[in-house]
Design a protein around this ligand. Structure first.
Ligand code: ADP
Ligand code: ADP
Length: 228
């Protein structure tokens, strides 16, 4: 469960990105975050995995109240949340396998467990036979699949994606969306910021629209709601 209560975020330069956000997301939901550029979507996402802290308000992720979370416990929070970015953020010199394994090595899993989990997850995303390739040898869609594999290899309860299909062509994007639905079918909460009207309108889910730092709409089976 994700809860935000009366959340405000003003950056150091004085820009207020979030201006009173209240939200409740249940385990297993699939939620699109939409809205114009600068509306606060990325800030909202960054608060969930503690890339940013709110200026005011309460955030609960799972059973954790983030206002009580000590810095040294942030890695534990991140284990429960897989994050996926528009630009993949893969380590360029590591193979697909190593990029995914890295997430487990930092938590000191045994080599045997790592090997099994990494190969299982690469198979799930359809990249078992490209495990030895480095990012520059893979297409954009394949790189995004590696980053999804990295995000889910720890079996997090929540996956957050900030415009995951923003750099991909429509056909590749649909393949990535199928993968997100498969992950969601296993009970994982998915929160996805997107500018794709096509995807939001065709795969009806909960839609939360941000405008000027507030929630303008929150609808079950909603629409994208903006002209493109
Ligand atoms: P969106 O993801 O909807 O485009 P953002 O959350 O990125 O919106 O940005 C909301 C507002 O906060 C914008 O005015 C943006 O310029 C500002 N902003 C975002 N990040 C920072 C930052 N690190 N420092 C200062 N202002 C920021
Ligand atoms: P995204 O990957 O969603 O673009 P960023 O954090 O890179 O997220 O930037 C989001 C918005 O916030 C952009 O409009 C960017 O110009 C603005 N922004 C980011 N960092 C700063 C900053 N330090 N000061 C002012 N604006 C910022």
């Amino acid at each position: 469960m994700i809860l935000m209560q009366d959340i405000y975020k003003t950056y150091k330069n004085g820009v207020t990105a979030l201006n009173g956000i209240n939200i409740n997301i249940d385990q297993g939901e699939f939620v699109y975050i939409v809205g114009p550029s600068g509306a606060g979507k990325s800030t909202f996402i960054k608060l969930m995995y503690r890339e940013e802290k709110p200026s005011k308000g309460k955030i609960i992720i799972g059973e954790k109240d983030l206002s009580d979370l000590k810095e040294k416990h942030v890695p534990f929070l991140r284990r429960d949340i897989g994050v996926i970015f528009q630009d993949f953020k893969l380590l360029p010199k590591l193979t697909a396998y190593e990029n995914v394994a890295f997430a487990l090595e930092v938590i000191e899993e045994s080599p045997k467990v790592i090997r099994k989990q990494v190969m299982d997850v690469l198979e799930m995303v359809g990249l078992k036979n490209k495990a030895r390739m480095i990012p520059s040898e893979l297409s954009g869609g394949e790189q995004q699949r590696v980053s999804i594999a990295r995000a889910i290899v720890n079996k997090p309860r929540i996956v957050i994606a900030d415009e995951p299909t923003g750099n991909l062509d429509p056909e590749t994007s649909w393949g990535i969306m199928e993968l997100f639905e498969e992950i969601n079918d296993r009970g994982t909460t998915i929160i996805m910021a997107t500018h794709s009207k096509d995807i939001v309108d065709r795969k009806k889910k909960r839609v939360i629209a941000f405008e000027d730092g507030v929630i303008a709409r929150d609808e079950q089976r909603g629409d994208y709601g903006y002209e493109v």
